[in-house]
Design a protein around this ligand. Structure first.
Ligand SMILES: NC(=O)C1=CN([C@@H]2O[C@H](COP(=O)(O)OP(=O)(O)OC[C@H]3O[C@@H](n4cnc5c(N)ncnc54)[C@H](O)[C@@H]3O)[C@@H](O)[C@H]2O)C=CC1
Ligand SMILES: O=C(CO)COP(=O)(O)O
Length: 340
């Protein structure tokens, strides 16, 4: 039976014209969240079938079983989506962000905020997604929305807390206030890089957590991996200038807690299949796959000790098995517990 997405705020949509780029699970869920927060929502999906489905009030490919509340204006015309927008949410996968922004560039109203909702690092260049926005759209302030938030939970209107970050504290606070609704609580943060890195790297450890579970290594191994993984996340974050306390928050620790413990996470599910030796072809998007390889390269280049990230990258490129990775991690020279 279909479950009707709940409506949060009762306010008439006197709000912003919000343009959502991306008609997948997260783009559609955020479009619903923006409707509930009182905004007018246009959504760009490149696939006409997705547009037709959203017009019918569903997105069965990406959000099966969820009925969309009316109000999302979907189109495959990116210019029409962006025309007159007050704010843009970029919700295509990290490795597609550059292409999405290139398509948006000529139609982007100057000065309006671009809110990154994808989680990853560009695998070819090692660029953070915010750097790609600043390169392609230098006239648009960049913000990031991140934190523990499964698209299906948000689409169903279940209580969720996220963080909205921008370098300009006032912009972050304004966006957080405008995006919040009864069941979406948005905190603000001026540590753009910290919030971005937390979301990008947690996916790598979600894959590792899934692999540990899939290989039947036990709950103790799982806890050890997530804890030591969090140390690696903070080391890489520090190298990019993230504030340590940011990574203790929703984007970072919060998202690790969620995605390292739930088969609802596509990254965890990907790792689970890896650990069980099951086929990987055809699995849904797992952003941690391309990000693991580039994060491992960044760690090597910057001389950051990140053995779990290196192990995930090596498992994914087929150099070692999950079992071999675990043996290598367990037999590293003993050392003092350093947590930074
Ligand atoms: N699904 C979730 O629960 C959450 C996802 N995210 C992040 O949001 C991002 C998107 O994820 P999902 O929407 O879940 O993925 P998805 O796989 O459900 O959908 C991705 C959508 O992007 C479209 N797309 C891909 N390349 C494109 C391009 N070049 N131009 C236009 N459209 C393109 C696809 O056609 C598809 O509609 C990822 O970085 C993910 O980590 C963040 C929080 C929650
Ligand atoms: O980022 C997410 C929840 O915060 C979604 O995680 P997955 O992409 O692993 O499903």
């Amino acid at each position: 039976m279909n479950e009707v997405a709940m409506s949060g705020k009762d306010t008439a949509p006197s709000g912003w014209r919000v343009a959502v780029l991306g008609g997948g699970a997260w783009g559609t869920a955020l479009a619903l969240a923006m409707l509930r927060a009182g905004h007018f929502v246009r959504l760009y999906a490149r696939d006409p079938e997705t547009v037709a489905a959203i017009d019918r009030g569903e997105n069965p490919r990406y959000l099966p079983g969820i009925t969309l509340q009316p109000g999302i204006v979907a189109t495959s015309n990116i210019q029409a989506t962006l025309d007159g927008a007050d704010c843009v949410l970029a919700v295509t996968p990290a490795q597609s962000l550059r292409a999405t922004l290139a398509a948006a560039k000529d139609h982007m109203p100057a000065g309006i905020p671009l809110v990154l909702c994808a989680k990853g690092i560009e695998s070819e260049t090692g660029a953070l997604l915010s750097a790609i926005v600043e390169e392609i759209l230098p006239l648009n302030p960049v913000a990031v929305l991140s934190g523990p938030s499964f698209a299906t939970d948000v689409a169903r209107g279940l209580p969720t807390a996220v963080v909205v970050a921008a370098r300009d504290e006032a912009l972050a606070a304004d966006l957080a206030a405008r995006f919040s609704a009864e069941n979406l609580r948005c905190y603000s943060n001026d540590d753009l890089i910290g919030v971005e890195i937390g979301g990008a790297l947690k996916n790598v450890f979600a894959i590792a957590a899934g692999a540990v579970t899939g290989a039947g290594l036990g709950a103790s191994a799982q806890a050890a991996m997530v804890t030591r993984g969090f140390v690696e996340l903070r080391r890489i974050g520090a190298a990019f200038g993230a504030r340590p306390e940011t990574l203790m928050g929703l984007s970072g620790l919060g998202d690790l807690l969620l995605t390292c413990s739930s088969t609802q996470s596509r990254n965890f599910a990907y790792g689970l299949a890896l650990g069980q030796g099951k086929p990987l072809a055809g699995l849904p998007l797992a952003e941690g796959v391309p990000t693991a390889a580039i994060a491992a390269r960044i760690a090597t280049e910057r001389n950051i000790d990140a053995p779990i990230i290196a192990a995930v990258a090596a498992i994914l490129d087929g150099t070692i098995t999950v079992r071999q990775a675990v043996t290598a991690l367990m037999t590293r020279p003993l050392k003092t517990e350093t947590n930074d």
